[in-house]
Design a binder for this molecule. Structure first.
Ligand SMILES: Nc1nc2c(ncn2[C@@H]2O[C@H](COP(=O)(O)OP(=O)(O)OP(=O)(O)O)[C@@H](O)[C@H]2O)c(=O)[nH]1
Length: 389
């Protein structure tokens, strides 16, 4: 599917930069345009692939290019104030050619976490295409302010987008590694999973096995139930010496065996993708909708395997809305399965964030109530005080 990518804040910009590189590398064709928005000049300067003219600095009047320092209320305010500057850059996007917008942001900082929901609301008011979010959750050891920002922003971001795709940094850092040390690796994991999914909807219908190729409308329909989504991916390297003279000589018995192996391989890849590490770990059974995409050499893409995987996911989720199809890639030496689980509800990390948001709200209310009590008692004693002077 064709996307207009908008990276908000430092993490958002870097992930969008990486999406551009990946799209080029796999010849995916899913990025129509890429824009980066930030309050910090240095973050915009550090980008490599987003075109200079599509880098938008906002909030200059308030923070003078120095960032908002993890203050996400300020991030939201400067976005509201400078929304026309962002719109100006989006005006250059050929929006009639895109299937959707994707707003990418780290939820723990100030600019992306505060600004991304404001931009999503703006885009949904103006355009008819769906507006998706890709939210990156902070690692748990990053500190309270990051968790609190994420807890607050998450609720707003889910409300303002048509579907929120989530990646949890915490689940993806390696043992003993600080999350910052592994951003490059983590960002590659992000773009591979979501990139393969979006590129899948971009295959022309004259390509191999055209009738079973995933269409962008299938991705859109899978995401149209709203809520929160997560993606799983599993792959295997395969020998690709098929299609030569040998094949035509070995006859149908061997090719029957190969078909069986390809079917079994794909069925287990779908299970591995679903039950392995998801971009946002959750109980896959709680998904409302799903999409299974088989990717790799056209000869390895067993339609029966995809169908079995799809049926298995139907049983796992109890959902009747599980779609399936292929993304043939002639240059790939791996066969893989991407599984999109949409509208997931049993997500421990989100429960934890909601708890944090609730506690923060209670603390704020307590502080306000104590301040009101103190003020009231000061007013009560006002007469006595007056008498003293
Ligand atoms: N996956 C990933 N996460 C990142 C990256 N850079 C920062 N983060 C995460 O994003 C959160 C911080 O958000 P940033 O995007 O740096 O902050 P910002 O939106 O630019 O906001 P301010 O810096 O406060 O103005 C933290 O939770 C980081 O772990 C990155 O390149 N990849």
């Amino acid at each position: 599917m064709k996307l207009a990518l908008i990276g908000f804040g430092q993490a958002g910009g870097k992930v969008v930069d990486q999406f551009l590189t990946y799209d080029d590398a796999i010849d995916g064709g899913f990025v129509e345009s890429a824009v980066a928005v930030n309050t910090a000049t240095t973050d915009l300067r550090g980008l490599e692939s987003v075109p200079q003219k599509n880098r938008v600095l906002i909030g200059q009047a308030r923070v003078n290019g120095h960032g908002v320092g993890a203050d996400n209320e300020l991030g939201g305010e400067v976005t509201e104030a400078d929304i026309d500057e962002i719109q100006h850059a989006i005006d250059r996007v050929p929006t009639h050619e895109i299937d959707a917008f994707l707003v990418v942001a780290g939820m723990g900082g100030g600019t992306g976490s505060g600004g991304a929901p404001v931009l999503a609301r703006h885009l949904r008011r103006i355009y008819t295409q769906p507006v998706y979010g890709l939210g990156v959750l902070p690692a748990t050891d990053e500190g309270g302010i990051y968790t609190l920002n994420a807890a607050r922003s998450f609720r707003t971001f889910v409300r303002e987008v048509d579907n929120l795709l989530v990646f949890d940094n915490d689940a993806w850092r390696s043992a003993g590694e600080s999350v910052g040390g592994g951003y490059d690796r983590i960002n590659r994991e992000i773009v591979e999973r979501f990139g393969l999914l979006f590129a899948a909807g971009e295959v022309g219908h004259d390509d191999h096995v055209a009738e079973s190729v995933v269409d962008s409308s299938e991705i859109i329909n899978t995401l149209s139930g709203g809520g929160v989504s997560t993606v799983g991916y599993a792959s295997e390297t395969v020998e690709t010496d098929s299609g030569g003279l040998l094949d035509s000589l070995t006859g149908s018995a061997d090719s029957g065996l190969e078909d069986g192996a390809a079917t079994n391989r794909l069925t287990s890849l779908v299970r591995k993708a679903t039950l392995g590490r998801l971009t946002l770990p959750c109980d896959a059974g709680s998904a409302d909708r799903g999409l299974v995409v088989a990717t790799g050499q056209p000869t390895q893409l067993s339609r029966k395997g995809v169908e079995r995987g799809r049926q298995w996911l139907e049983d796992e989720t109890g959902s009747m809305e599980i779609r399936g199809g292929d993304y043939p890639r002639t240059s790939a030496d791996e066969v893989g399965a991407v599984v999109l689980l949409s509208g997931v509800t049993d997500v421990p990390r989100i429960d934890q964030l909601q708890q944090v948001a609730l506690e923060a709200q209670e603390t704020t209310e307590q502080v306000q109530a104590t301040a009101q009590d103190e003020f009231a008692s000061l007013v009560d004693t006002g007469g006595e005080l007056d008498a003293l002077f």
